[in-house]
Design a binder for this molecule. Structure first.
Ligand SMILES: Cc1ncc(COP(=O)(O)O)c(C=O)c1O
Length: 443
């Protein structure tokens, strides 16, 4: 593919810039068409869990595309039914028995919000419409999902279209927004969810939505162990639905099937995406309890599908990806290799500009600062994160950019679960090289 043709690709970031030209990918490696080999330390957008280039997934997809290219979402197909059975029997937290699919994370969160609202309308509690989100969160890029999210950069300019919904503080221990520290804080950030709910008026609130472990917005924010059980209690007390957005953390990424499994919590609605198909097909899912769905069914209330919801070939790909995760015990491997990656990244804390290293399983992030003692970020105009990502490509590693003030410069790591120890060492080495090159360019 010549540079000139690649430049016509409409999503190239800057006018005249040539996007990275990927010819193929295999395992944890991306290959460009000019022969460069890049370690995919982010599994794309923290998506690729079983590794690139698995022929059996491509074959399962192709077989289904040939057998049943398209059927409207309410119809049953063999691939749909098989996937639902696998999810309910072997993957989802107990109690989540109702399943619907979409084509991705944003669509799934959007649908989850509509389901939560439909639940209360069907029950005759139509005053309940507000959804409480959190600061420094991301739930997708549709207007409803941006409204419940707290990603100020991605919301910028769209505010007039976004419903003004209450936000609770993030669980961001390294820079606690409440100025406290764990454990003496008593997990006050959970109490703040209750306070937010009370300020909003509990009788007007339909749901609380949160990522069990924050994604790339502020970088792998892991809450204290008490947080999620407390969140579940609060929601129950006020009759509000708890929505766990596991688009990034689901399907093994954090070393358990779902991140809520770290704390034994079953939310009312769980949302998945990314890892469901490991990047092999665009797909997301909404998983709910019978209690959430029953009133909607009783009242015959419609929750409209998307044309490509539950696409048969995507279902076949997802079923095969989950089968591979089970057969190769890759969730357990994510926990094991995650510890090794965490230890390797923790060595970076010796660096004067690495403020924090945090994560769980194979979802890790580093936060960069100009001054470690004061936790002062680099000036915005230095564009440090973007420079690290660009330098990473030059050094043969792809890392995922993140960060929103006050976590201004954040790099997230989320490699395929199949990564080897040697490749983890390479992540450490190449990231250090990329960091030095980027810092040399901004000083
Ligand atoms: C937690 C979370 N929710 C929702 C989304 C949106 O998913 P998608 O980009 O597939 O629409 C993302 C994407 O990064 C995410 O991390």
């Amino acid at each position: 593919m010549e540079a000139e043709r690649a430049r016509r690709f409409s999503f190239a970031a800057k006018a005249g810039a040539t996007p990275l030209r990927i010819a193929r990918s295999e395992g944890v490696w991306l290959y460009t068409d000019d022969g460069q080999q890049i370690l995919d330390a982010a599994g794309g957008a923290i998506v690729v869990n079983i590794g690139h280039g698995r022929r059996e997934v491509a074959e399962a997809y192709a077989r289904e595309a040939e057998r049943a290219a398209y059927a409207i979402p309410p119809f049953a197909t063999e691939s749909r039914v098989r996937l639902v059975e696998r999810l309910v029997d072997r993957w989802l937290p107990r109690g989540l028995t109702r399943v619907a699919f979409t084509s991705g994370g944003s669509e799934s969160v959007d649908a989850a919000l509509r389901i939560a609202r439909a639940h209360f309308v069907a029950k005759g509690e139509s005053k309940r419409w507000k959804v409480i989100g959190r600061e420094l969160s991301y739930h997708g890029t549709t207007l409803a999902t941006l409204a419940v999210g707290g990603h100020t950069k991605r919301r910028a300019g769209l505010e007039p279209w976004l419903a003004d919904l209450p936000k609770a503080p993030a669980c961001y221990c390294w820079r606690c927004p409440l100025g406290k520290s764990y454990p003496s804080c008593g997990v006050a950030c959970a109490d703040e969810v209750e306070a937010t709910l009370l300020r909003a008026g509990p009788e007007t609130v339909a749901a609380v939505i949160a990522e069990p472990i924050g994604g790339s917005t502020a970088g792998a924010l892991v809450p204290p162990d008490e947080y999620w059980p407390r969140l579940a209690e609060i929601c129950k007390r006020y009759g509000v639905l708890l929505i766990a957005d596991e688009v990034m953390t689901g399907f093994g990424r954090t070393g358990k099937r779902f991140a809520v499994d770290h704390w034994g919590v079953t939310p009312d609605i769980l949302v998945g995406g990314k890892g469901l198909t490991g990047g092999y097909a665009p797909m997301g899912g909404i998983f709910a309890t019978e209690a959430v769905v029953a009133p909607i069914i009783e009242r015959g209330q419609e929750v409209m599908f998307f044309t490509y919801s539950a696409h048969p070939a995507s279902c076949a790909a997802a079923d095969k990806v989950l089968e591979i995760l089970e057969r190769e015990q890759l969730v357990e491997r994510a926990a094991l290799m995650g510890e090794k990656l965490g230890k390797r990244l923790a060595r970076l804390l010796e660096h004067p500009n690495i403020g924090d290293v945090r994560g769980r399983g194979l979802l890790w992030a580093v936060e960069l600062v100009a001054d470690k003692a004061t936790k002062t970020p680099f000036p915005v105009d230095r564009g440090l994160t973007a420079k690290i990502v660009a330098a990473g490509i030059a050094h043969g590693i792809f890392v995922y950019p993140g960060g929103v003030d006050p976590a201004r410069d954040v790099i997230t790591f989320g490699p395929p679960f199949t990564i080897s120890e040697h490749e983890i060492d390479l992540i450490g080495e190449r990231f250090e090289q990329a960091l030095e090159s980027a810092l040399a360019r901004i000083h």
